[in-house]
Write a protein that binds this ligand. Structure first.
Ligand SMILES: NC(=O)c1ccc[n+]([C@@H]2O[C@H](COP(=O)([O-])OP(=O)(O)OC[C@H]3O[C@@H](n4cnc5c(N)ncnc54)[C@H](O)[C@@H]3O)[C@@H](O)[C@H]2O)c1
Length: 349
């Protein structure tokens, strides 16, 4: 009989609930425990999802039936939690950003390599059907020479979002603002489709909020390693917020994604399936998903696909598709944007 993997979640907050729903739908996984340092939060989560609850990390990690830990704590704690998992010989899936510092990410990857356990990240957007079709077109070389990539996240978060979170909007625990927290999915998609970024020049500002340390508005201009140019613009300062847009263009094609629909799909070398893709997937969404509400549009399906790939990686003893190294790339880009904004210099990666 196929092995059933015991899962445990650290962090009984908003995304912890999505993890529990995602695990519930996996035939070879079972949620065995939740860990949160707020006793009431851990207990309520345990009751809701029918698993044990713990407040002490060591007790949580010591269970023999725990195989995979998912990390859903504030971003500044991710490496610490993932390194603890390696110490106990547990595989580990870490929410985005995989951590907020490259040094800590490298230590996390090294700890798991030494322990012989797998570590991977979460980029649920990569499992949207639009993302998969766009990636396929890139891999088939359908864009010709890639010329331009756009990652645009014109979002809104009101002041209460930052005020009630505690950790949100702080350098120590959020690691950044509109880029490190909200924009990172869009930036990960951009680099996944366009390839590595070589140079960045950027500006960041706090324009529409008080009592936050980090940017709510960011604009960066890029050169990719393949010579293409690009733009990243992400905010939480644009009321009421609208579609997250990704555009990939080359001299033989352009694809544009708004949230999880295409609004443009055209190639110079038309293929028979292009008409069906346009018919089924090309429309401008009626309303935006998550542009002003962090909970809107969060469904467990893409996390489930992300976790299923991770379990397959354990079974096949390969790297997870979103490995630690893969999840590190967007963090490296974002930190380079911050460095450029702080120094006024162009930063080379
Ligand atoms: N993939 C996505 O689409 C997505 C969406 C939202 C959030 N996230 C990420 O998930 C993480 C958590 O975000 P959230 O919105 O769920 O936050 P949240 O504040 O709702 O939940 C965080 C939970 O962690 C607990 N916690 C804090 N410190 C702890 C510790 N030392 N030990 C154990 N538990 C601790 C808190 O008590 C809280 O219950 C962040 O890194 C965020 O970037 C990802």
């Amino acid at each position: 009989m196929a092995k059933k993997y015991g899962f445990g979640i650290i962090g009984a907050g908003m995304i912890g609930g999505i993890h529990a729903e995602a695990i519930k739908g996996l035939p070879n996984a079972e949620l065995v425990s939740i860990c949160d340092n707020v006793p009431g939060a851990a207990e309520a989560f345990g009751k809701r999802y029918g698993c044990q609850s713990e407040c002490e990390l060591d007790k949580f990690m010591s269970r023999d039936d725990l195989d995979v830990v998912t990390v859903a704590t504030p971003s500044g704690l991710h490496a610490e939690n993932a390194i603890a998992a390696a110490r106990y010989g547990k595989h580990c899936i870490v929410e985005k950003p995989i951590d907020i510092s490259l040094e800590k990410i490298d230590r996390m990857i090294e700890a798991h390599a030494k322990a012989g356990t797998k570590v991977g990240g979460v980029f649920n957007m990569r499992y949207d059907h639009t993302a998969k079709l766009a990636k396929q077109a890139v891999d088939q070389g359908r864009f010709g020479r890639l010329t331009f990539g756009l990652a645009y996240g014109p979002w809104w978060r009101d002041q209460s979002y930052y005020d009630k979170g505690g950790w949100r909007g702080t350098w120590a625990m959020d690691g950044g603002g509109a880029l490190m927290n909200q924009g990172i999915h869009t930036i990960d998609m951009l680099q996944w489709l366009m390839g590595p970024v070589k140079k960045i020049h950027a500006f960041t500002k706090i324009l529409a909020h008080e009592r936050i340390e980090v940017e709510d508005t960011a604009s960066a201009t890029l050169e990719f390693a393949n010579g293409a140019l690009g733009t990243i613009a992400c905010t939480t300062s644009m009321w009421p917020g609208h579609f997250r847009t990704i555009e990939i263009s080359g001299d033989r094609g352009t694809v544009a994604i708004a949230d999880n629909s295409f609004f443009f799909w055209q190639f110079a070398d038309e293929k028979p399936e292009d008409e069906a893709i346009r018919r089924e997937h090309v429309h401008f969404p009626a309303a935006s998903v998550g542009a002003s509400d962090p909970k809107a549009g969060l469904i467990p399906d893409n996390h489930r696909a992300n976790f299923a790939d991770f379990l397959e990686a354990i079974e096949q003893n390969r790297e997870p598709t979103i490995s630690g190294h893969e999840a590190r790339k967007s963090v490296e880009i974002i930190l380079a944007i911050y460095r450029s904004a702080q120094t006024g210099q162009t930063v080379e990666l």
